[in-house]
Design a protein around this ligand. Structure first.
Ligand SMILES: *[C@@H]1O[C@H](CO)[C@@H](O)[C@H](O)[C@H]1NC(C)=O
Ligand SMILES: *[C@@H]1O[C@H](CO)[C@@H](O)[C@H](O)[C@H]1NC(C)=O
Ligand SMILES: *[C@@H]1O[C@H](CO)[C@@H](O)[C@H](O)[C@H]1NC(C)=O
Ligand SMILES: *[C@@H]1O[C@H](CO)[C@@H](O)[C@H](O)[C@H]1NC(C)=O
Ligand SMILES: *[C@@H]1O[C@H](CO)[C@@H](O)[C@H](O)[C@H]1NC(C)=O
Ligand SMILES: *[C@@H]1O[C@H](CO)[C@@H](O)[C@H](O)[C@H]1NC(C)=O
Ligand SMILES: *[C@@H]1O[C@H](CO)[C@@H](O)[C@H](O)[C@H]1NC(C)=O
Ligand SMILES: *[C@@H]1O[C@H](CO)[C@@H](O)[C@H](O)[C@H]1NC(C)=O
Length: 464
C-alpha cells in the first residue's frame, strides 16, 4: 500500500524535470521567476512552465514575439515595468489568458491598440502609467471583463474611450487613473454615463482641462458626494480659462469662476430612509434621534444640518416651536416628555444640508402602550409576588428564609428609551430579542458616532 505516496514522490521528482530549467540569469523560487535587472534585451529562450509570477522588470526588452508566454499556462502576474517596449505585436499574450496582473508601466508605449490585451478576460490589474501613450483605441478595454484597476497616468492621452465602459462590460472596475495626461475637453456626457463605481474611482487631476460649465458641473457633483479622488487631490484639479495654460485655476478651491454656470441641483440624491421602531409605556420619556445618511457620510464638505420633524398628532415640529412636552434639540433629537397613547405613530425627520442641497429623512415608528392595569399599585403586587415566590421556595427548600430582596428593590428610574440609527432593525435576523436589542441600541449609538467624528477631523485637517 506504499505505492500511493511513492507515486506522488515520483511525480514530484519527475514533473520539475519535465519543465524548462531556470535560466541562468534568473532566480527561481517555487512558482516565482525573477529575471529583473538582468540586462535582458530579449526573453530567455525557455522559462519554467510552472511559474505563476514572472518578473522581467528593469531590463532592455524592446520587442516581444507573438505568443511569447504560451508555454506558461499558469502565468498570473507578469511584470515588465522599466523596459523599452514601444509597441506590442499582435497576439503577444496569446495563450496567456490566465493573466491577472500585467505591469507595463515605465515603458515607451506610444499607443494602446485594440488587439493588445485581447483574450485577457481574467485580467484584474493593468498598469500602463509612465509611458508615452497618446492614443487609446476604442476597443482596448472591451473583453477585459474582470478588470478592477487600470492605471494610465503620466502619459500623453488626449482622448479616452469612456463610452466603452458600462456596467455590464466592466462590473468590477473601481479604479481608472487618467491623471497627469493631456485631456483638455472630455466627453462629459460619456463620463456621466459611467457606472457609479467607475466614477467614484476615476482620477482626472493634473490634466490640461479647459474651464467650462459642463466640466464644472461634473466635478461639482463628485465633490458633493465626497469622492476620494477630489478630496485627496483638490489642489491638483486645475483648469485653464479660455485654454491659456498660464491662467490655470484650482477650480475646486475657487468656485467663484463658475458663478455663471447653472449647476443642476441633485433633485433626489441620497434620500435614505432608515426605518426603526420604538415601543414605550405611557408616561415614559422618549428620544428620537435624527441620524441620517447625511450625518453619517463623512464627505468632507458637510455643511450645517437643519432638522424638522413631522409628528402624527401635532404635524410639523420645528426648532422654534414652544412646546413643553415635546422638545427638539439642535442636533435633531426629538424628546417627548411624557408619552400618551395617542402620541403613537410614525415620526418623520428631515435633515437638510442647505449648502450641499441634500435632504435625508428618517422614520421612527413609535408605539406607546397603555400602562399595564396592575401598575397602579406596583408595591403591592411586588410584595404579593414575593410572598407567593417565598411560599413556593419554602415549600421546596423547607426553611430557606425570605430575605425579601425583591420587595425592597426600588423601582428602576424611568430609563429614557432612545431610538437611534440601528441598521440591525432593518434585518430582523439579527434582532434576537427585544431586550437584547435595547441593550445593543446604546452601544451601537456610540460606535456609530465615533468614526464620524474621526472622519470629520481627518476631513478638515489638511485645510488648516
Ligand atoms: C493556444 O491557444 C489555441 C487556441 O486559442 C490552441 O489551439 C493552442 O493549442 C494553444 N497552444 C498552446 C501551446 O497551449
Ligand atoms: C502633472 O503631469 C505632468 C505630466 O503630464 C508631470 O510631469 C507632473 O509631475 C504632474 N504633476 C503632478 C503634481 O502630479
Ligand atoms: C458672469 O456674467 C456676468 C454678466 O452676466 C459677467 O459680467 C461676468 O463676467 C460673468 N462672469 C464670469 C466669471 O464669466
Ligand atoms: C391625546 O390625549 C389627551 C388626553 O389623554 C388629550 O388631552 C390630547 O388632546 C390628545 N391629543 C391628540 C392629538 O389627540
Ligand atoms: C415659550 O414659553 C415660555 C414659557 O414656557 C414663554 O415665556 C415664552 O414667551 C414662549 N415663547 C414663545 C415664542 O411662544
Ligand atoms: C442631542 O442632544 C441631546 C441634548 O443635549 C442629547 O441628549 C442627545 O444624546 C443628543 N443626540 C445625539 C445624537 O447626539
Ligand atoms: C429639502 O428640505 C427643504 C426644507 O425642508 C425643502 O424645502 C426642500 O424642498 C427639500 N428638498 C428635497 C429635494 O426634498
Ligand atoms: C408601527 O408599529 C405598529 C405596531 O407594531 C404597527 O401596527 C404599524 O403598522 C406600524 N406603522 C408603520 C407605518 O410601520
Amino acid at each position: 500500500m506504499t505505492s500511493g505516496p511513492l507515486l506522488l514522490l515520483l511525480l514530484l521528482l519527475v514533473l520539475p524535470g519535465s519543465e524548462a530549467a531556470c535560466p541562468s540569469v534568473c532566480l527561481c523560487l517555487s512558482d516565482t521567476v525573477s529575471c529583473s535587472s538582468s540586462g535582458l534585451a530579449k526573453l530567455p529562450a525557455s522559462l519554467p512552465s510552472f511559474s505563476v509570477t514572472l518578473d522581467l522588470s528593469h531590463n532592455y526588452l524592446s520587442w516581444l514575439f507573438p505568443a511569447s508566454f504560451k508555454r506558461m499556462p499558469r502565468l498570473e502576474n507578469l511584470r515588465m515595468a522599466h523596459n523599452q517596449l514601444g509597441a506590442l505585436a499582435e497576439g503577444v499574450f496569446r495563450n496567456a489568458s490566465g493573466l491577472r496582473r500585467l505591469d507595463l508601466s515605465s515603458n515607451r508605449l506610444r499607443a494602446v491598440e485594440r488587439h493588445y490585451f485581447q483574450g485577457l478576460w481574467r485580467l484584474e490589474e493593468l498598469l500602463l502609467f509612465n509611458n508615452k501613450i497618446a492614443q487609446v483605441e476604442g476597443g482596448t478595454l472591451s473583453g477585459l471583463s474582470s478588470l478592477k484597476k487600470a492605471y494610465f497616468s503620466v502619459n500623453q492621452i488626449t482622448d479616452f474611450p469612456f463610452f466603452s465602459i458600462r456596467d455590464h462590460s466592466h462590473p468590477f472596475l473601481s479604479m481608472l487613473d487618467l491623471s497627469s495626461n493631456r485631456m483638455s475637453r472630455l466627453p462629459w456626457e460619456d463620463v456621466k454615463a459611467l457606472p457609479g463605481l467607475v466614477q467614484r474611482g476615476l482620477y482626472l487631476h493634473n490634466n490640461s482641462l479647459v474651464c467650462d460649465c459642463a466640466m464644472y458641473s461634473v466635478f461639482w457633483h463628485w465633490d458633493l458626494r465626497g469622492y476620494d479622488s477630489l478630496r485627496d487631490f483638490a489642489d491638483e484639479h486645475t483648469c485653464s480659462v479660455r485654454g491659456s495654460p498660464r491662467s490655470s485655476i484650482r477650480f475646486l478651491r475657487h468656485s467663484r469662476f463658475f458663478r455663471n454656470c447653472t449647476v443642476k441641483k441633485p433633485v433626489s440624491l441620497p434620500v435614505t430612509v432608515l426605518l426603526s421602531h420604538v415601543t414605550v409605556t405611557e408616561g415614559q420619556r422618549v428620544r428620537l434621534d435624527c441620524q441620517t445618511s447625511l450625518a453619517g457620510a463623512g464627505g468632507g464638505g458637510g455643511g450645517k444640518l437643519s432638522f424638522a420633524w413631522l409628528s402624527p398628532g401635532k404635524g410639523r415640529l420645528a426648532r422654534d416651536a414652544n412646546d413643553t412636552l415635546i422638545s427638539l434639540f439642535a442636533n435633531g433629537t426629538l424628546e417627548i416628555g411624557a408619552t400618551e397613547v395617542n402620541d403613537s405613530g410614525l415620526y418623520v425627520c428631515t435633515a437638510a444640508d442647505a449648502k450641499r442641497a441634500l435632504n435625508a429623512t428618517r422614520e421612527v415608528n413609535v408605539t406607546v402602550l397603555p400602562p399595564p392595569p396592575e401598575a397602579f399599585n406596583t408595591g403591592y403586587t411586588t410584595l404579593l409576588g414575593c410572598a407567593v415566590t417565598t411560599v413556593a421556595v419554602l415549600a421546596y427548600l423547607y426553611m430557606t428564609p425570605c430575605r425579601c430582596g425583591c420587595c425592597k428593590q426600588p423601582r428602576p428610574p424611568p430609563a429614557v428609551p432612545i431610538a437611534t440609527y440601528d441598521p440591525s432593525t432593518l434585518t430582523p435576523v439579527f434582532s434576537a430579542s427585544v431586550r437584547e436589542h435595547q441593550k445593543i441600541h446604546t452601544s451601537k449609538h456610540v460606535a456609530f458616532m465615533e468614526p464620524r467624528r474621526r472622519e470629520e477631523a481627518a476631513g478638515w485637517a489638511p485645510e488648516s
